[in-house]
Design a protein around this ligand. Sequence first.
Ligand SMILES: [Zn+2]
Length: 469
Amino acid sequence: MDYAPVKGCMVIRPYGYAIWENIQAELDPKFKATGHRNAYFPLFIPESFLRREAEHFEGFTPQAAWVTRGGGEELAEPLAVRPTSEAIIGSMYSKWIQSYRDLPVLINQWCNVVRWEKATRPFLRTSEFLWQEGHTCHRTEEEAEAETLTILEIYREFAEDFLAIPVIPGLKTESERFAGALRTYTIEALMSDGKALQAGTCHNLGQHFAKVFDITFLDSDGQLKHVWQSSWGVSTRLIGALVMVHGDDRGLVLPPRVAPVQVVIVPIPSEKEAESIAAAVASARAALAGPDGRGVRVEVDDRPEYTPGWKFNEWEMRGVPLRLEIGPRDVKAGQVVAVRRDTGEKLRLPAQTDALSSSVTDLLEEIQRTLFEKARAFREEHTSEASSVDEVQEVMETKRGFVRAPWCGSAECEAAVKERTGATIRCLPIAKDSSGRLSGEDAGSLVGEVDCVCCRQKARYLAYFARAY
Ligand SMILES: [Zn+2]
């Protein structure tokens, strides 16, 4: 990325944007497979639309950017640059939905949103960012809840299997939930500096927006009812998570599944063997990416103006999971040298095309697994238990990370812990029920009788606390 002329905005350069394209290419089919379709709604939202839902308006006004002039004239009504699209989409849904036969409505949009942030940080918090936002309408509360949790499970699986980032799925407390929602679910990840990052959220909106935007349907029993809604999103913040979870002192470390370049081939120049090296490089490239190859995203860096050592650093900084080196000795020995970005391990692979392509694809899978396991081990080492605020504070001032602690459920205790330790409740963890689906029923459920970490009254939940981005 690079910093843009407007403070808080960033330019996503091609290599970074390719990561976002890979994220989209993975998530979009998952949304479609669960019945969602893409659409596009306007960037501008009339102020009166945002005002209709009071809590929503309060929640987003401080961050909203407004357009007050257009075409050289003052506008009759200020237009908000969308901070999120519940209001504009809700107003359209009220026109489109009449009968129970029109439900469910399952729409997603890929777009940009603007939230005028005071403190910004590339990818993690920028004034404009890219995201997807799903907006759905359902006939019953149960359907809206099931939808919310279906998407949460898609996010969890995507974060863990594709980005190799372990996450804790859970319920947000009232003070942390989305403005206007009934319930907000989240996936929470731990960054390598011990701070938590909210990596994706799903909101069960209940009927709040349906009531203010008058989204009603005639049910099969002849009654006019309000729809039940959900909304959910993940953003370019996920790229920030990738950088912070897997990166090291030499730069990015990208999990193979999301890496724009999975394998880089660097020829080691030799005047005498130039032709045979070029042939070996072409053969290796074809074995991996060619028409008969395994579809590996491979790049050959044969730029004569840079030394191999310079290229090694460059591709390490860019986080390419696997580097292949082919020099005169390797050609003679019928081998390729492979270097893993995650461990630095150097391996000798057979140059023969079938053997090479299968060992490279195995290695990429191995790197993907290793990165996930490493991140999970880090999270486990950085998850502590606490039974008093002093203990929470001590963890926050030493190793940081997550703290699991009993909580009575009161906003006062939540605020008091935050005040003293800087840690907020990231979520009340949820698990899968007997049918294998995530269930919000027993969020943060406690075993046995314990006291609240703060007030010493009976605790109702086991909560995850952390300092967060
Ligand atoms: Zn308490």
